[in-house]
Design a binder for this molecule. Sequence first.
Ligand code: DOR
Ligand code: ZN
Length: 343
Amino acid sequence: MPDRLTLIAPDDWHVHLRDDTMLARVIPHTARSFARAIVMPNLRPPITSVDAAMAYRKRIQAACPDGLTFEPLMTAYLTDHIAPEELEQGFADGVFTAAKLYPANATTNSAAGVTSLDGIDAVFTCMARIGMPLLIHGEVTDADVDVFDREAVFIERHLRPLRERHPELRIVLEHITTEQAVDFVGSADRNLAATITPHHLQINRNAMFLGGLRSDFYCLPVIKRERHRLALRRAATSGDARFFLGTDSAPHPREGKETSCGCAGIFNAPYAIESYAQVFDDEGALDQLEGFASRHGPAFYGLPVNSHEITLERVPVEVPDRIDGLVPFHAGEHLPWRVVRDL
Ligand code: DOR
Ligand code: ZN
């Protein structure tokens, strides 16, 4: 068993960096481990224009600690009224890397999301034509659909028809949580990929109820039963290039989590790569980690892989209970791998 592992520097293909003071708190953690990240646009107000994305990118760069080279890749937040021309302009100018589809009210700050996929068909036509990736939060929001079934229902009701209608549209199904998603993405011949979070690989839904109601393990799409976690672990470690790393690190202030109606989101940025390394090690698949973390994402997005490397070593690391007032994923646990920061 190797005790040191050198990888092409990884990227995070799905992260929430927030804004203002929260941005300042969380950006060092993402920038330390990841060379680039796809930045979610669900701010208040959401990032719906090229100008707003450029201004947000500047704020991220300004908040990034000196000495770290980190490239934020910006996304546009799709609404019922977004103009295809705005997306086309932003994509051509290198401001937007992709556009994010939140079904209206599916999750945090998604009230301005899309109420009907048919209603923005011209947007999909435009994106397919210019090769702009569509990133999807794949859950239906119907109150009569069980919360644990919302991803599987979305796939059949919306994603399958969308793929049939727009086979040229490049789609990432974000933060997949079910074996149905694994099967759907795994059977696509092209133009479909999925990101997988550390938390959906590490825990099942029991974690939310361990000794009480544990809001630190509540996120959306909600974590599912063990069968699904195992399917995700098989997909992530399989070497299949359709599956790649996206942390969905989603910090919330403590008062947003410790309340009778807690926010969805897990702050995993500080030890994300260490968490993935543990999963791949446990599955006997450390040789597949570089593909998942550093190669498959750039290949899908048509970007070069990073030119520098990181090294992990098999030395246990203790995850603190709090980081800057936030509870990190794995708080209080030991993880078996750590990043060698100063070679
Ligand atoms: O758990 C989540 N938190 N899922 C999302 O889709 C959004 C995110 C957030 O922004 O807090
Ligand atoms: Zn997210």
